[in-house]
Design a protein around this ligand. Sequence first.
Ligand code: SAM
Ligand code: SF4
Length: 439
Amino acid sequence: MSEPKKLYIKTYGCQMNVYDSERMSEALGGQGYVETQSPEDADMILLNTCHIREKAAEKVYSELGRFKGLKAEKPDLKIGVAGCVAQAEGEEIMRRQPLVDLVVGPQSYHRLPELEAKTRAGEKALDTDFPEEDKFEKLKNRPKAKRGPTAFLTVQEGCDKFCAFCVVPYTRGAEVSRPADRILREAQDLVERGVREITLLGQNVNAYHGAGPDGDMTLAGLIWELNKIDGLERIRFTTSHPNDMTDDLIEAHGTCEKLMPYLHLPVQSGSDKILKRMNRSHTAESYLRLIERIREARPDILMSGDFIVGFPEETEEDFQATLDLVEQVRYGYAYSFKYSTRPGTPAAERPQVDPQEADDRLQRLQALITRHQREIQDAMVGRTVRVLFEKPGRLAGQMVGKSEYLHAVHVSGADLSAGDLRNVRIKASGANSLAGEVL
Ligand code: SAM
Ligand code: SF4
């Protein structure tokens, strides 16, 4: 038997890219590839890129430059670029970096086997189409091998919202939902392979409206169907848009026992003027009211969010409104970014905030978020949480897992395996994790 070819795949950016990398690796598995953790061993290197923030393309070019020596030593090595930078830059990548053999966008990677074969025949391969066919249908045969207890599952892709700062509608295309039966089949397969927690993914996952047996299904409908799968213990979903938090989804947070009490609900700013200029189509007040309703349904829910500071024309007063909103919500986690210009988006042409001012605001926002995060985490000490254990910790005899609130929890000296779900009493709160004992 011939040696399997080796694939080194490096993933940048969001969880959706993590899922896509898994599917790309499986697609190339059919071509005789197995994954390697080292680019030096690889017969193919694939960078699965992200275009969301500044200088994304430049970073990809500099990463590619580092493979020059490898390619010189091993002329058969194939180098590919996938993901949103591939979509945005297209052919330009091969022009600027001739060592690239393959460029594939996020909507066409089911064609990787043909593209790879083309590179083996000595040709360059490029595919950045938004094809009509269903990528996931073409990719449907997932391997049956055992895997870890948590998995991502993409249910919805693309976005029609066109926030003024964001490239996603251009790189991922229009909003599309996968049919419910295919998702349920994939979830069932994942559970048979050892998965106990599934995180449903979508750029606007709560806008999900995939075909179901009686017309379109909502995300809540899909969650209730997943709730019936024996062996699946936990359901999460990300990322949501405030305008798509429907009543049935809010209610599910109070009534669906497998749906975890954690919600990532980006708001971006606390200033109505800025929200309007961002084209967010919600106000700070409507967002706060929404959170009130979600907390009525599930009082202990841990909220998470995204913020952009230094958006064009943001004043100190606008920024103060963001700090006020954060004070009111008290996020258990939140991600904050300095606005970065994305060419081709509406905000790119507008007057920019002084970069030092934006840096200063980012630091002040992050200090406040970190304080709340720490307080919320520290308040877990003395409580009993349910932990899904995922892997050994850094210390001997230690296992790490996640609580229902997504806090990392360490336990030492207990007889535990990956996939175990146990009640754990929290004894201590560290910088980024909790420590406890199994009850
Ligand atoms: N669809 C999701 C949403 O509406 O929140 C996620 C989109 S994006 C992949 C994730 C986050 O990146 C956004 O919530 C936003 O905070 C941030 N982001 C997007 N474009 C940005 C930009 N041009 N500058 C800074 N941050 C940006
Ligand atoms: Fe980007 Fe806005 Fe769509 Fe989220 S909702 S992906 S931030 S355009």
